[in-house]
Design a protein around this ligand. Structure first.
Ligand code: SF4
Ligand code: ZN
Length: 256
């Protein structure tokens, strides 16, 4: 996933997975003098939730002596998640949040000239995303499922080093290393399809151990078939890479 001299941006939300990832990467990075780590947090503007997470991220990055930058939806897109909660189209806050956060992280990683953008997605997250893509008929999401990263023009290469680590283990790691992380859930999490899929997959994994790994391995075998270079142009509104004339970020901002 990494080269010895990479400048690595790490997405840090303040949760157990991203802080555990930062802890592990920092330890490895110290063995490679030419590599660098910068932590990036995104402030979506979620009331009574994100402030605590950002403060935990700040405390831990400073403890590890890692540079930490925070970008916000407000400054990048002119809105917060609270502004879109009651949209008339019934789009869930998570639909906004996921698309905008992805863009925010990518922009921030480009801003600091990162070679890699590492996120703390665990095995559980990967399997959930795979099923959600199937439920939504999102073929592209399935065929660009590269946890190990792939160099694609325009974007900073994204890697998910914890992709084979079950969430239970990353939680245990955080406890064993006395990492203080945010334990309350986002107030909007209940509305998301991901929560339903998570409950379903937890049941399946308990009853049929290995289900999560099997899903991940299956999707990875399908993924290399898609060429992402095909049909990428730029969004006519924001100038960011997009497969249609208006990118999903601009579409969502216009729709609210
Ligand atoms: Fe954003 Fe939804 Fe996650 Fe809350 S639960 S942080 S709204 S994606
Ligand atoms: Zn756009």
């Amino acid at each position: 996933m990494f080269e010895y001299d990479n400048r690595i941006a790490v997405g840090v939300s303040g949760g157990k997975d991203s802080l555990s990832l930062l802890h592990i990467l920092k330890e490895i990075e110290e063995e490679f003098p030419k590599s660098e780590i910068v932590a990036i947090s995104v402030d979506e503007g979620i009331k009574d939730y994100r402030d605590e997470a950002l403060s935990l991220a700040k405390t831990y990055t400073s403890k590890l002596d890692v540079e930490h930058i925070i970008v916000s939806f407000k400054e990048l897109f002119g809105l917060t998640i609270e502004d879109v909660v009651d949209n008339e189209l019934g789009i869930t806050p998570c639909s906004y949040c996921g698309v905008l956060r992805r863009r925010a992280l990518d922009k921030a990683a480009r801003m600091i000239d990162a070679d890699r953008l590492a996120t703390g997605h665990t095995l559980d997250d990967m399997a959930q995303t795979a099923l959600i893509n199937i439920f939504r008929g999102n073929i592209k999401g399935l065929t660009t499922f590269w946890p190990g990263g792939k160099k694609v023009d325009w974007f900073v290469q994204r890697v998910k080093p914890l992709c084979e680590v079950p969430e239970k283990e990353s939680t245990l790691f955080a406890f064993l290393n006395s990492i203080e992380f945010q334990s309350i859930a986002c107030p909007y999490a209940e509305d998301s399809m991901r929560t339903e899929v998570r409950l379903f997959l937890n049941k399946m994994e308990n009853k049929h151990p290995g289900t999560l790994h099997t899903i991940l391995k299956t999707v990875i075998r399908i993924a290399p078939n898609q060429n992402l270079h095909e049909n990428v142009s730029v969004c006519t509104i924001c100038g960011e890479p997009s497969t249609s004339t208006i990118c999903r970020v601009c579409e969502l901002i216009k729709m609210r």
